[in-house]
Design a protein around this ligand. Structure first.
Ligand SMILES: C[S@@+](CC[C@H](N)C(=O)[O-])C[C@H]1O[C@@H](n2cnc3c(N)ncnc32)[C@H](O)[C@@H]1O
Length: 227
């Protein structure tokens, strides 16, 4: 995803520096990086102990800005790897005067270095890149390598909510959740056909595009295995 205006990125990032933690990729293997600990003190950042909800791949932030405005007593951490996308999201949140969203620019695979174990109550994956080629499947955000990471981050009783337009990616995800012994508490193959079942749904930027094309939107809620 690339916004049309990438001009003055450095200046724009500087203007939202209080809203974004920018973590440059130093090129090391994630298995080495995640042995290190630089956990973000979310309570200090937000100035309270409210529950933390996480979105990975927040894009230009429509979803997180809407959700955060609806739920001022939840703290949101929104992760996105592309600088000229996350800057748009941060500008949106700043303009709305929201103080319960922190953006982190980082590849999600490094998150265990930056977020403490069992610190996330809810995790959102909205229209994650499907990486259709089989050789890229380890990049899909529901690959079992990522599910193990999420299992470490989620609190007991925490949940992951996924939406996608891509049927093959959705099927892949269902198989990965099953293989990793997650419990699916909700599965739907056309969420907009049942608005009464999802009254709080927030339409993301990508969701809007696919809706206009008349494509069904798939969604699920999954709980990590309880040991
Ligand atoms: C298809 S877009 C969806 C954006 C938004 N969630 C929506 O629904 O409109 C997927 C986003 O995930 C980001 N992304 C993909 N892989 C990522 C990763 N490993 N870590 C963080 N962000 C990632 C991409 O840069 C892109 O902005």
């Amino acid at each position: 995803m690339r916004p049309r205006h990438k001009k003055h990125l450095t200046e724009r990032l500087d203007a939202v520096r209080e809203n974004i933690i920018n973590i440059p990729n130093d090129g090391r293997d994630y298995r080495e990086v995640i042995r290190e600990r630089e956990w973000i003190d979310t309570a200090a950042y937000f100035g309270n102990d409210n529950p933390v909800h996480l979105e990975i791949g927040c894009g230009m932030g429509t979803f997180i800005a809407t959700l955060a405005a609806r739920n001022p007593h939840i703290n949101y951490v929104a992760v996105e790897v592309v600088a000229d996308v996350i800057v748009v999201a941060a500008e949106k949140v700043r303009e709305a005067g929201l103080t319960n969203v922190l953006f982190v620019r980082v590849d999600a695979i490094y998150l265990p270095k930056y977020l403490a174990p069992k610190s996330v109550e809810r995790l959102y994956l909205n229209f994650s890149c499907p990486y259709p080629k089989n050789s890229y499947k380890a990049h899909r955000l529901t690959h079992r390598k990522f599910l193990a990471l999420y299992e470490g981050l989620l609190t007991d009783g925490g949940a992951l909510v996924q939406k996608t337009d891509n049927r093959r990616f959705f099927e892949f995800s269902l198989l990965e959740f099953s293989a990793a012994r997650w419990t699916l508490t909700d599965v739907c193959c056309d969420l907009h056909a049942e608005p009464e079942r999802y009254p709080d749904n927030i339409i993301t930027e990508y969701e809007n595009r696919f809706l206009k094309l008349g494509q069904p939107i798939y969604c699920l809620t999954a709980l990590p295995p309880q040991n």
